[in-house]
Design a protein around this ligand. Sequence first.
Ligand SMILES: Cc1cc2nc3c(=O)[nH]c(=O)nc-3n(C[C@H](O)[C@H](O)[C@H](O)COP(=O)(O)O)c2cc1C
Length: 368
Amino acid sequence: MSEARKFADSDTHMRLASIVYEASIRLGAIAPERAAEKSAPDRWSRKEELGHLIDSATVNHQRIVRTILEDQPALTSYDGDRWVALHEYQSSQWTELIKLWLAINEHILCVVDTITTDLWERTCTVGDSAPMTLSALVGSYIDHMLDHLGHIGIETSDLGKGDFEKREWIYPDKPADTDYLINDLIYRRWSPRVFEERSVSPHLVRTLLEAARWAPSCFNEQPWRYLIFDGSDPEARERARACLVEGNAWARKAPVLMLSVAKEMFTHNGKPNRTAQHDVGLASENLVLEAVEYGMVVHQMAGFDLEKARHEFSIPEDHTPVAMIAIGYPYRGSTDDLPEDERKKELAPRSRKPAAEIAFAGRWDEPY
Ligand SMILES: Cc1cc2nc3c(=O)[nH]c(=O)nc-3n(C[C@H](O)[C@H](O)[C@H](O)COP(=O)(O)O)c2cc1C
């Protein structure tokens, strides 16, 4: 952001960002079956209500852009019921609707981020309304959003009150310093050592496992198994925490731990599966990236007592515990509580070997 640009109403950007990112997490905690329920045939389900918010976002994106670019544009209103019926939101996937709603609002946030002091005072009309300022237009967009989020059953009283912005969402923000443009989830993922004191909903835990389930594997063996310690059995979670080595003591504060385990023999012929642990890694990366999609953070660890875990959780001999996985929400406070060594690692820039060291052109050691 250039020094010359001053924002009279940058609070609006912060507030909208805070609402949509937090609300999308709360929406994700609603089970798809509940989202599809209708209290009466002529009432919107939660899916349709969110569909209406998607329509509102697309319409208001246009309104905001036109008010910035045109002189007092006369903007049209729209028929919410007919738009919802036309899009058949009831037959859409709940998580796809959440992602779409978030994406369009991110698009709106990009525009709102460019609004300078004088632009907030520009006016437009909507339908037969009296002229209203851009500030009022965006304000009423947010109020309407909160109203419908409330209908969906989202607690809205604390939404938009935090000093919350996506750029600070993953704290400290450590995106990959890439040579080429890559997928956003891979770009943003990293392994932090501090977690917000906040539980992860069972629905989200199951969503992460669903992502893991759809990983590819040799002979479709699906050799991955996961032991889940989500706090529903506090004693089991304590026993999992006690398996961590001292250097990973920070992970004891994660609300969810999982232990990935590899089934070492093929089911179809009883022979060793050479890629079992590789395939477990594929499933776990699916899980990790799905978590990033939902604003969570994950840190995988080899540093745990494997035999203790085997004994504590009755893991059979032909299965190998692979990694302990700490899952939670990114912490937005200080890292002062970490031991000095861990704190340094937490704040250090992320690094990778150069591509020439890991990719060879046709023969060994010939950099690609
Ligand atoms: C299988 C596996 C085991 C790991 N074990 C540990 C561990 O015991 N303790 C730890 O602090 N980090 C552990 N890590 C995290 C790595 O140190 C981390 O992924 C790596 O430094 C790259 O950093 P980034 O994930 O932030 O990009 C592990 C990662 C993987 C995939």
